[in-house]
Ligand binder design. Structure first.
Ligand code: IMP
Ligand code: MG
Length: 175
Protein backbone atom coordinates (compact mmCIF):
# COMPACT_ATOMS: atom_id res chain seq x y z
CA UNK A 1 0.00 0.00 0.00
CA UNK A 2 1.31 3.44 -0.91
CA UNK A 3 2.06 5.95 1.84
CA UNK A 4 -0.69 8.56 2.11
CA UNK A 5 -1.46 11.30 4.63
CA UNK A 6 -4.91 11.64 6.16
CA UNK A 7 -5.78 15.13 7.46
CA UNK A 8 -6.19 15.26 11.24
CA UNK A 9 -6.18 19.04 11.76
CA UNK A 10 -6.83 21.18 8.69
CA UNK A 11 -4.78 24.20 7.62
CA UNK A 12 -7.69 26.52 8.54
CA UNK A 13 -7.99 25.02 12.02
CA UNK A 14 -4.23 25.32 12.62
CA UNK A 15 -4.19 28.95 11.45
CA UNK A 16 -7.15 29.83 13.66
CA UNK A 17 -5.59 28.19 16.69
CA UNK A 18 -2.23 29.92 16.19
CA UNK A 19 -4.01 33.27 15.93
CA UNK A 20 -5.80 32.56 19.25
CA UNK A 21 -2.56 31.45 20.95
CA UNK A 22 -0.84 34.61 19.70
CA UNK A 23 -3.60 36.77 21.19
CA UNK A 24 -3.45 34.95 24.52
CA UNK A 25 0.35 35.21 24.70
CA UNK A 26 0.20 38.93 23.79
CA UNK A 27 -2.21 39.50 26.68
CA UNK A 28 -0.19 37.46 29.14
CA UNK A 29 3.07 39.22 28.26
CA UNK A 30 1.58 42.73 28.00
CA UNK A 31 4.21 45.38 28.77
CA UNK A 32 7.04 42.85 28.46
CA UNK A 33 9.24 41.42 25.76
CA UNK A 34 9.04 37.72 25.03
CA UNK A 35 12.07 35.64 24.04
CA UNK A 36 10.96 32.72 21.87
CA UNK A 37 13.11 29.63 21.76
CA UNK A 38 12.56 27.31 18.87
CA UNK A 39 13.50 23.69 19.15
CA UNK A 40 14.68 22.73 15.66
CA UNK A 41 13.70 21.42 13.29
CA UNK A 42 10.11 20.58 14.14
CA UNK A 43 9.25 23.81 15.96
CA UNK A 44 10.26 26.19 13.21
CA UNK A 45 7.01 26.37 11.21
CA UNK A 46 4.92 26.85 14.33
CA UNK A 47 7.26 29.44 15.82
CA UNK A 48 7.30 31.60 12.68
CA UNK A 49 3.52 31.60 12.38
CA UNK A 50 3.04 32.21 16.09
CA UNK A 51 5.60 35.03 16.22
CA UNK A 52 3.63 36.86 13.50
CA UNK A 53 0.54 36.79 15.75
CA UNK A 54 2.24 38.15 18.88
CA UNK A 55 1.88 41.88 19.35
CA UNK A 56 4.39 42.48 22.20
CA UNK A 57 8.10 42.83 21.27
CA UNK A 58 9.57 39.46 20.27
CA UNK A 59 13.15 38.18 20.12
CA UNK A 60 14.04 34.68 18.96
CA UNK A 61 16.72 32.09 19.29
CA UNK A 62 17.11 28.55 18.03
CA UNK A 63 18.50 25.34 19.38
CA UNK A 64 18.72 21.83 18.14
CA UNK A 65 18.63 18.78 20.35
CA UNK A 66 18.73 15.16 19.47
CA UNK A 67 17.26 12.62 21.77
CA UNK A 68 18.55 9.15 21.20
CA UNK A 69 15.89 6.67 20.29
CA UNK A 70 14.28 4.90 17.40
CA UNK A 71 12.16 6.46 14.68
CA UNK A 72 8.98 6.88 16.69
CA UNK A 73 9.99 7.19 20.34
CA UNK A 74 12.62 9.10 22.28
CA UNK A 75 14.93 7.80 24.99
CA UNK A 76 15.17 11.05 26.91
CA UNK A 77 18.94 11.20 26.67
CA UNK A 78 19.26 14.63 25.14
CA UNK A 79 22.30 15.90 23.30
CA UNK A 80 22.54 19.58 22.37
CA UNK A 81 23.47 19.58 18.69
CA UNK A 82 23.22 23.37 18.35
CA UNK A 83 23.06 25.60 21.39
CA UNK A 84 21.37 29.00 21.70
CA UNK A 85 23.33 32.05 20.51
CA UNK A 86 22.19 34.29 23.35
CA UNK A 87 22.04 34.11 27.12
CA UNK A 88 18.68 33.65 28.89
CA UNK A 89 19.66 35.77 31.90
CA UNK A 90 16.72 37.94 32.96
CA UNK A 91 14.62 37.13 29.89
CA UNK A 92 10.97 36.09 29.73
CA UNK A 93 11.48 32.86 27.85
CA UNK A 94 8.82 30.99 25.93
CA UNK A 95 9.95 27.60 24.63
CA UNK A 96 8.16 26.63 21.42
CA UNK A 97 7.75 22.96 20.59
CA UNK A 98 6.03 21.09 17.82
CA UNK A 99 4.77 18.21 19.95
CA UNK A 100 5.06 16.75 23.43
CA UNK A 101 4.91 13.01 23.39
CA UNK A 102 6.58 11.14 26.27
CA UNK A 103 7.80 14.50 27.61
CA UNK A 104 11.31 13.14 28.03
CA UNK A 105 13.01 15.57 25.65
CA UNK A 106 11.36 18.61 27.19
CA UNK A 107 11.90 17.45 30.73
CA UNK A 108 15.67 17.46 30.23
CA UNK A 109 15.72 20.54 28.06
CA UNK A 110 13.71 22.69 30.46
CA UNK A 111 16.01 21.66 33.26
CA UNK A 112 19.07 22.77 31.27
CA UNK A 113 17.45 26.09 30.32
CA UNK A 114 16.18 26.85 33.82
CA UNK A 115 19.77 26.78 35.08
CA UNK A 116 20.56 29.73 32.81
CA UNK A 117 18.53 32.10 35.02
CA UNK A 118 15.69 33.34 32.84
CA UNK A 119 13.32 35.81 34.53
CA UNK A 120 10.51 33.41 33.64
CA UNK A 121 10.09 30.35 31.50
CA UNK A 122 6.95 28.96 29.90
CA UNK A 123 6.24 26.26 27.39
CA UNK A 124 4.08 26.42 24.29
CA UNK A 125 3.40 23.40 22.10
CA UNK A 126 1.34 23.06 18.96
CA UNK A 127 0.42 19.46 19.74
CA UNK A 128 0.15 17.43 22.90
CA UNK A 129 -0.32 13.67 23.25
CA UNK A 130 -1.16 13.48 26.97
CA UNK A 131 -1.79 9.72 26.87
CA UNK A 132 1.85 9.11 26.06
CA UNK A 133 3.34 11.14 28.92
CA UNK A 134 6.12 9.47 30.91
CA UNK A 135 7.78 12.57 32.40
CA UNK A 136 5.70 15.29 33.98
CA UNK A 137 6.15 18.60 32.18
CA UNK A 138 4.04 21.68 32.79
CA UNK A 139 2.67 22.97 29.50
CA UNK A 140 1.40 26.56 29.55
CA UNK A 141 -0.02 26.84 26.03
CA UNK A 142 -1.35 23.96 23.94
CA UNK A 143 -2.65 24.16 20.40
CA UNK A 144 -4.33 20.76 20.12
CA UNK A 145 -4.52 17.67 22.27
CA UNK A 146 -4.37 14.70 19.93
CA UNK A 147 -4.79 10.95 20.34
CA UNK A 148 -1.87 8.56 20.38
CA UNK A 149 -1.15 8.54 16.66
CA UNK A 150 2.03 9.36 14.80
CA UNK A 151 1.45 12.68 13.07
CA UNK A 152 3.27 14.70 10.42
CA UNK A 153 3.14 18.17 8.92
CA UNK A 154 3.61 21.69 10.23
CA UNK A 155 7.22 20.89 11.04
CA UNK A 156 6.74 17.27 12.08
CA UNK A 157 8.41 14.60 10.02
CA UNK A 158 8.34 10.94 9.29
CA UNK A 159 11.89 9.96 8.25
CA UNK A 160 12.50 13.69 7.46
CA UNK A 161 9.55 13.89 5.08
CA UNK A 162 6.27 15.86 5.31
CA UNK A 163 7.54 18.77 7.45
CA UNK A 164 6.28 21.21 4.84
CA UNK A 165 2.62 20.13 4.90
CA UNK A 166 0.43 23.12 5.91
CA UNK A 167 -1.82 20.84 8.00
CA UNK A 168 -1.43 18.06 10.57
CA UNK A 169 -1.89 14.58 9.20
CA UNK A 170 -1.52 10.91 9.98
CA UNK A 171 0.65 8.75 7.71
CA UNK A 172 -1.14 5.68 6.47
CA UNK A 173 0.17 2.70 4.58
CA UNK A 174 3.40 2.46 6.58
CA UNK A 175 4.58 -1.02 7.58
P1 IMP B 1 9.26 13.14 23.60
O1 IMP B 1 10.62 13.27 24.20
O2 IMP B 1 8.79 11.71 23.58
O3 IMP B 1 8.22 14.08 24.16
O4 IMP B 1 9.45 13.40 22.05
C1 IMP B 1 9.33 14.60 21.49
C2 IMP B 1 9.86 14.59 20.08
O5 IMP B 1 9.60 13.35 19.39
C3 IMP B 1 9.17 15.64 19.30
O6 IMP B 1 9.79 16.89 19.46
C4 IMP B 1 9.21 15.09 17.90
O7 IMP B 1 10.42 15.45 17.29
C5 IMP B 1 9.15 13.60 18.08
N1 IMP B 1 7.76 13.11 17.95
C6 IMP B 1 6.96 12.65 18.93
N2 IMP B 1 5.75 12.29 18.45
C7 IMP B 1 5.79 12.54 17.13
C8 IMP B 1 4.82 12.38 16.07
O8 IMP B 1 3.65 11.96 16.23
N3 IMP B 1 5.24 12.76 14.83
C9 IMP B 1 6.48 13.24 14.58
N4 IMP B 1 7.41 13.41 15.54
C10 IMP B 1 7.08 13.05 16.80
MG1 MG C 1 10.83 18.19 18.28
Amino acid sequence: MAETVKVLVSEEEVDKKIRALGEQISKDYAGRQVHLICVLKGGVFFMCELAKRISVPVTMDFMSVSSYGDKTSSSGVVKIAKDLDETLEGKDVLVIEDIIDSGRTLYYLLDILQKRNPNSMRLCTLLDKPERRVRDVKVDYVGFEIPDEFVVGYGLDYAQKYRNLPYIGVVEGVE
